[in-house]
Ligand binder design. Structure first.
Ligand SMILES: Cc1cc2nc3c(=O)[nH]c(=O)nc-3n(C[C@H](O)[C@H](O)[C@H](O)COP(=O)(O)OP(=O)(O)OC[C@H]3O[C@@H](n4cnc5c(N)ncnc54)[C@H](O)[C@@H]3O)c2cc1C
Length: 405
């Protein structure tokens, strides 16, 4: 069994003191990359050299992923420094999910080797016109000799330009519907010229260095071996993949709040006003203590959900939506609470000590909408409530009160 604490300590030590400009991944360089809206190649390479990608590749295919909790916490640790680098790498992990869930043994090994070799993947589900309504997606894949011809556009796709492969969700039946979509691993190196074009990069509010673009496919030929799972299995694979994605995004949300809390604590301990530190002001102390408590609540809930992926996969649909709704909603309030303690400095992008706060505040917002926003997740829970309540054990409130007395 992995000693997760020792592993995390090793990664933290490798990355160095975030305040030391000479360390491998310090805040000043992270903030400079963010200001320049630069893809964090330098940090992704450093993390890949440490072996971070190994923790998202199954042990059977040469990686080290056995317990999902290990990878989850390692990415969370990276996200505390730079949510952009963590997200860029998590995107590769999520894009591998369809192959892990339904790919052939050859596909699993091929893409495991690609990831461990530092190549990036992208998950091409969304389309400009359809967003959450994935059963309206228009990108098509039609049979041709020896393979398929793909036509359509995938938009706001993380890593779409830097990735070597885009997993494309395409309509394989004219009438669409739940059995009408399939997933294709489109390897750019193998696509004939002129059949795949990158869409322009979209400037973002947070995660400013992320590659947020897309692909346009024009009679794009892929061989039969590019089909992931069975024809018609696309929606099922996408839904299963999204269970992991929804929980993984909570790691970014918690990482952002962890850094915001540390930055605010640092301020509250140093800043002297009216003859004492901010930390000595009872109201501020309360805000800091409540913020920490909320982070612990998010941590406890998310840990259960991460474990459910392997221990109770049949419940993962519910747990992942609970986490995806509750954690961003709760921690958004925590961030607002922390801004009242940090005060005006939270608004200063160039502040040498607290500039990281405004970055994590912006980066955090992705947890609200990526892979199904809070409303979509509430709806997913609501749709399952009847089934959940049918199995619930009723309790007499009077009996509970007497037992407690
Ligand atoms: C930074 C970023 C990264 C992204 N990365 C990827 C990626 O890697 N791969 C990828 O495929 N896509 C990606 N996307 C696309 C993103 O996941 C989709 O945009 C999103 O899932 C669709 O949601 P939407 O907020 O655009 O809302 P829309 O689908 O346009 O819906 C609009 C609004 O309608 C309401 N609504 C929608 N559905 C429901 C419902 N079921 N019940 C009730 N109300 C509803 C909500 O209020 C919602 O905000 C990314 C987007 C961004 C901005």
């Amino acid at each position: 069994m992995t000693d997760l604490i020792a592993l995390m300590a090793d990664l933290e030590e490798y990355l160095g003191d975030p305040w030391d400009a000479g360390a491998l991944m310090p805040y000043p360089r992270i903030l400079a990359a963010d200001e320049d809206q630069r893809y964090p190649h330098e940090f992704v390479d450093v993390l890949a050299s440490w072996g971070l990608y190994d923790w998202i590749v199954p042990a059977a295919n040469g990686g080290k992923a056995v317990n999902v909790e290990d990878g989850f916490n390692l990415y969370r640790l990276v996200g505390r420094r730079d949510p952009t680098s963590a997200t860029a790498m998590v995107l590769t992990s999520l894009s591998y999910m369809p192959v892990w869930i339904a790919g052939s043994p050859e596909q699993r090994q091929h893409f495991a080797d690609a990831i461990r070799g530092g190549r990036k993947l992208a998950w091409g589900l969304s389309e400009r016109r359809h967003g959450s309504d994935v059963l309206a997606n228009e990108t098509t894949a039609r049979r041709t000799d020896g393979g398929w011809l793909l036509n359509g556009e995938k938009w706001t796709i993380g890593n779409a330009t830097v990735a070597c492969t885009v997993m494309v969700h395409a309509r394989t039946s004219d009438k669409g519907g739940p059995g009408g979509y399939s997933i294709f691993a489109v390897e750019k190196d193998c696509v004939p010229p002129g059949q795949l074009a990158h869409l322009p990069d979209e400037p973002l509010h947070g995660l400013r260095g992320l590659d947020m673009s897309g692909v346009r496919l024009t009679d794009c030929f892929v061989p039969d071996s590019a089909l992931v799972g069975r024809a018609g299995q696309g929606l099922e694979i996408a839904l299963k993949s999204s269970q992991l994605a929804r929980i993984a995004i909570a790691s970014i949300a918690m990482a952002c709040v962890d850094t915001a809390l540390r930055s605010t604590l640092d301020f509250a301990g140093r800043r002297v006003i009216f003859g004492g530190t901010v930390a000595e002001v009872p109201y501020s102390r309360r805000q800091l203590a409540e913020s920490f408590a909320e982070l612990l609540i998010a941590d406890a809930l998310t840990t259960g959900a991460v474990r459910s992926l392997q221990l109770a996969p049949a419940q993962a649909s519910v747990w992942s939506s609970v986490v995806k709704y509750f954690v961003p909603t709760l921690l958004e309030e925590t961030l607002a609470r922390l801004t009242t303690v940090l005060g005006a400095r939270y608004y200063l992008r160039g502040h040498p000590r607290h500039g990281i706060f405004q970055k994590v505040l912006r980066d955090f917002a992705i947890s609200n909408f990526a892979d199904g926003n809070t409303v979509v997740n509430l709806k997913n829970i609501a749709l399952q409530l009847d089934g959940l309540l049918a199995g619930a054990v009723g309790q007499d409130p009077g009996e509970v009160a007497r037992a407690r007395a």
